[in-house]
Every structure is written in C-alpha cells, then in structure tokens.
Design a protein around this ligand. Structure first.
Ligand code: E4P
Length: 217
C-alpha cells in the first residue's frame, strides 16, 4: 500500500519524507488556503520535496476553464497529478487529460457508481472520502470494499486512493481490503509508528543493556 500525506505544510512533508514512508502528497483548496502561499509556488515547492504524485486541484467548475487551469498546473512538474471534482465537467476533464497522458485524481467520491464513472474516464486515482461518510452515519469502508470489487471485476487500472482518513484503523481496514493508496494527515501517519508496548519493551531492553556497562561501538 502506498502512503500519501494529505497536507500543504512543507515542513511536515519534509519531516515525513525523511522517514521513507511518503510515496506522494495530496492537497485540496482548503489545505492550500491554510498554507497562505500562492498556489503555483506551493505546488512547485511540494514537487521539489516529493518525487511521487502530487495532487493539485483545479478550482473552476466548468470543463473549459478546468482544462486551462490544468495546463498551468501540469507544467509545474512531471509528478503533478491534476485533481478534479466528481462532476460531469470534472469527468470530462479527466477523460481529456488522461487521454493526453496526464495523471488525474478524481476527488469527492461518495458512491460506487461515481467511482465506476471515474475509472471509465481513465482516472489514475479515485478518492473516496471515508471519514466524511462515517461523519454522516454511513460506512466509509464499505465504499472502499465496493470500489475495489468493481475495479477488480473489470481490471480497471485506476488506483483506489482512500481519502478523508481520520485514524490508523482507517488505514489498516483499507489495507485489509486491498486499496492501493491511503492519503492521511501527518498526525495519522505518525500514529502508525506508535504502540505503547514498543515503548515499554524498548525501555526494558535499554535498562537491562545499561546494566552490562557495554557499548557496541
Ligand atoms: C483528499 O484528497 C482530501 O484532501 C482529504 O482527504 C479530505 O479530508 P477531510 O475530510 O479530513 O477534509
């Protein structure tokens, strides 16, 4: 399973990239706004830090303007993935860009039918939002299961990029289902490293080792 970080915070991306666990980055207009940076500069900076796919979302709602925005964004770097919303215009844009060899991430997916459309439009990634579904009392992970089944049935190359992840169990459940990618906030990626028994066990090992008075070096 690939891990993407869902943030526009360059320092966080650099810190986490140093762990070797970051395969890509996703941003959205809300995260970009929070960064306070000019969007093109922000994506340029992120691409310089992360060689994997970096999702940059168009903000137009109509196909023609989405294409113009995508033209600006895809020139930034080879690893820019154009993110489009799951709307008729977004999917039309997805098809045009994918046919032209550009990676597209279709975002704001909340149903298996929407995911099927995105795959037919040639998306490189589909982003189903599990946390936001859980928030309204629907089972986000059931959607991941449905999409993975549908994509397997037809051999679609579109990767399932589980988004709106809120905690480590979302990552584990998505991995058990076989989703290709999980994009998560930096704090969730850090949580994956932790277990109290690891800390406790390490402390006991170190205490015992200290009693020997030895040093390996
Ligand atoms: C995905 O690409 C989105 O940016 C993100 O996962 C949304 O997460 P949220 O529901 O926590 O805002």
């Amino acid at each position: 399973m690939k891990f993407f970080v869902d943030t526009a915070d360059i320092k966080e991306i650099k810190d986490l990239a140093a762990t070797g666990m970051v395969d890509g980055v996703t941003t959205n207009p809300s995260l970009a706004a929070k960064s306070g940076k000019k969007f093109v500069e922000l994506i340029t900076e992120i691409c310089a830090v992360c060689p994997g796919p970096v999702s940059a979302e168009v903000t137009a709602l109509d196909h023609a303007t989405m294409m113009k925005e995508a033209e600006v964004l895809r020139k930034i770097a080879k690893n820019v993935t154009i993110k489009v919303p799951l709307t008729p215009d977004g999917l039309k844009t997805c098809k045009a860009l994918s046919d032209d060899g550009t990676m597209v991430n279709v975002t704001l997916c909340f149903s298996p039918a929407q995911a099927l459309l995105a795959a037919k439009a040639g998306a490189a990634f589909i982003s189903p939002f599990v946390g936001r579904l859980d928030d309204v009392g629907q089972d986000g992970m059931e959607l991941i299961d449905d999409i993975c089944t549908i994509y397997r049935n037809y051999g679609f190359a579109t990767e399932v990029l589980v988004a709106s992840i809120r905690h480590p169990m979302h990552v584990v459940e998505a991995a058990k289902i076989g989703a290709h990618v999980a994009t998560m906030p930096p704090a969730t990626l850090r949580q994956l490293f932790n277990h109290p028994l690891t800390d406790k066990g390490l402390k006991a090992f170190m205490d015992d080792w200290a009693k020997t008075g030895q040093s390996i070096l």
